[in-house]
Design a protein around this ligand. Structure first.
Ligand SMILES: Nc1ncnc2c1ncn2[C@@H]1O[C@H](COP(=O)(O)OP(=O)(O)OP(=O)(O)O)[C@@H](O)[C@H]1O
Ligand SMILES: [Mg+2]
Length: 216
């Protein structure tokens, strides 16, 4: 029995903010902690599914990493099923915020909202934060594609902290390992030599695991 568990939904209206990358990073991170992980792709683009199939071809079958898809309205039922079989369920969502997103938020024990370091991304979080508040779901904003020591990065992080949604301490930098690994069906933690990406991904996984701690 893991000391943590639950459903993580990754959501953000802005396209390309890093939802699918974060979903894969968390999946591999939780597998490395020994958890059974189920992925649920609700995005018709199917990027997470593509990543999973690429991974499977590369590494073979991992019985503790499952992948399924669901329509927006099937999410609740699918999550109920998956959480019985897995420690962690990770739901990837399409880049829009409308009533279709509600079942994926409702099913979540934690909603992760990636914000790439731009004002456009930050402005786009309002909708998902509103919906999370209505569904009374805990939220963690995760700063992604952060360029170290830039004024914009610091400004966005400060503005995100003002949104009164939880903001994760862990941040992912703008690093080629995050982009490159996805096409290989891997996560940045699995690329040799990508030390900074490893450190950032591990810190994020630890923080999320703590947020999903279960009573022993
Ligand atoms: N930390 C990072 N460093 C560098 N590149 C990144 C990082 N995170 C994501 N990317 C790249 O940014 C692009 C968008 O990422 P991703 O596909 O994960 O976003 P998304 O929110 O799932 O997009 P969509 O809204 O289309 O589903 C991809 O090319 C990805 O490789
Ligand atoms: Mg995506």
């Amino acid at each position: 029995m893991q000391a943590f568990g639950g459903v993580i939904t990754v959501a953000q209206q802005k396209g390309g903010s890093g939802k699918t990358t974060l979903a894969a990073t968390l999946a591999v991170g939780f597998r490395r902690l020994g958890a059974r992980v189920a992925l649920l792709d609700t995005d018709p683009q199917g990027s997470l599914g593509r990543w999973f199939m690429t991974r499977r071809e590369r590494l073979g079958d991992d019985p503790a990493l499952e992948m399924s898809t669901a329509s927006a309205w099937g999410v609740g039922y699918e999550c109920d099923k998956l959480r019985r079989l897995s420690d962690i369920v990770i739901v990837d969502t399409p880049p829009k915020v409308d009533s279709d997103l509600r079942p994926a938020l409702r099913a979540a024990d934690l909603v992760i909202v990636p914000v790439a370091a731009s004002h456009l991304d930050l402005w786009a979080t309002e909708g998902v934060l509103d919906l999370c508040a209505r569904e009374k779901r805990p939220v963690a904003i995760v700063m992604n594609r952060v360029k170290a020591r830039t004024r914009l990065g610091a400004e966005i992080a400060a503005a995100a902290a003002d949104l009164h949604a939880g903001i994760a301490q862990a941040q992912l930098g703008y690093r080629v390992a995050f982009a490159e690994s996805m096409g290989m069906g891997l996560a940045a933690q699995e690329l040799p030599g990508a030390t900074a990406a490893h450190r950032e991904a591990n810190a994020l996984v630890d923080e999320v695991a703590t947020a999903l701690a279960r009573e022993a």
